[in-house]
Design a protein around this ligand. Structure first.
Ligand SMILES: [Zn+2]
Length: 127
């Protein structure tokens, strides 16, 4: 196993769950609900140099989609609620789950890229 680049760097799990800067541990990783900041305002780490791509979103579609559909089918088969109950439950649950899981998975992937020094393309290069 490789050593972390900096002993003061936060654990990857903390970066993922709390949205911390992978170098200094300040809570500066996100500028929007699921959008990374360009750079860490505490230590100046160039966050835009990391590109986590569409990997997190692709995983989320598959995993969350399966979980939520299974939950909706279970609810329908056990209680048979009217359709508006499904709408009331699954639309907000899906939205919250996607935003929450997207933050965690994007931050987690970025933490691993930082740890493994896997800096690839800048986010604008591929377009
Ligand atoms: Zn920082």
């Amino acid at each position: 196993m490789s050593e972390p680049p900096d002993p003061a760097a936060p654990r990857s799990l903390d970066v993922a769950l709390k949205g911390l800067c992978p170098r200094c541990g300040a809570r500066t990783l996100f500028a929007g609900s699921v959008r990374f900041a360009d750079r860490c305002s505490a230590c100046g780490l160039d966050i835009s140099a990391f590109n986590v791509g569409d990997g997190p979103a692709a995983f989320l579609i598959l995993i969350l989609g399966a979980v939520i559909v299974a939950a909706a089918i279970t609810l329908e088969l056990s209680l048979s609620p009217p359709f508006w109950v499904h709408m009331l439950i699954w639309i907000p649950v899906t939205a919250i789950a996607v935003v929450g899981a997207l933050r965690v998975s994007k931050a987690g992937l970025l933490a691993l890229e930082y740890r493994n020094k896997a800096r690839g393309f800048r986010s604008g290069d591929a377009r």
